[in-house]
Design a binder for this molecule. Structure first.
Ligand SMILES: [Zn+2]
Ligand SMILES: [Zn+2]
Length: 184
């Protein structure tokens, strides 16, 4: 099971859309379940942004054993020390990832804001989960695993994995189910 954990006000329809896309791309049952009450522990008081790495650690600790992966959705501005900001972060091949809505509203005319913003958030959510399934950044600008520096890059990419990343994901899913069978 994959858990989607909103740590901000998230419209029910948007939460459902994220769950639906996650279930479609990764093929696991997906549920909404808030795990942390807030992310204030991750606030950097000099930068006034939130460091995403400690959020991943807390998520991993808080997630129940039957959660294969956990995705948090936050409204605050995230960073890692080497970058001014990030749209999200993931434990590569691990269990936890986080995506931020904060910068995904940039550059949208008000009329287009709700639908385009939602599409961006869903793409970046699937992208971060892709990393937890050991997928790395992809050179194909239309692949959902393409690294996006700006929201324009996010708008340009599709909701799909390219054929190469799809093969890598299927291998990883097979490997994961093999490990679970061994444990049982
Ligand atoms: Zn990435
Ligand atoms: Zn790709």
């Amino acid at each position: 099971m994959i858990l989607v954990s909103p740590l901000c006000e998230l419209e029910p329809l948007l939460a459902d859309r994220i769950c639906g896309e996650v279930a479609r791309v990764f093929g696991y049952p997906t549920e909404i379940h808030p795990l942390l009450s807030d992310v204030e522990f991750a606030l950097d008081e000099d930068r006034l942004q939130y460091h995403s790495t400690p959020i991943l650690e807390r998520l991993d600790q808080a997630a129940p054993a039957n959660a294969l992966k956990v995705l948090a959705v936050v409204a605050v501005d995230l960073f890692i020390p080497i970058l001014t900001h990030v749209y999200g972060e993931a434990q590569l091949g691990g269990r936890a990832c986080v995506v931020s809505a904060y910068r995904l509203k940039e550059g949208l005319p008000p009329a287009r804001r709700p639908q385009d913003f939602q599409g961006r958030l869903v793409k970046e959510a699937v992208h971060e989960l892709g990393h937890t399934f050991s997928l790395r950044h992809c050179k194909d600008p239309s692949c959902i695993m393409h690294y996006c520096r700006t929201v324009k890059d996010v708008d340009r990419k599709s909701m799909q994995l390219c054929r190469y990343c799809r093969v890598m994901l299927n291998d990883e899913i097979k490997r994961n189910s093999g490990i679970r069978e061994l444990r049982n």
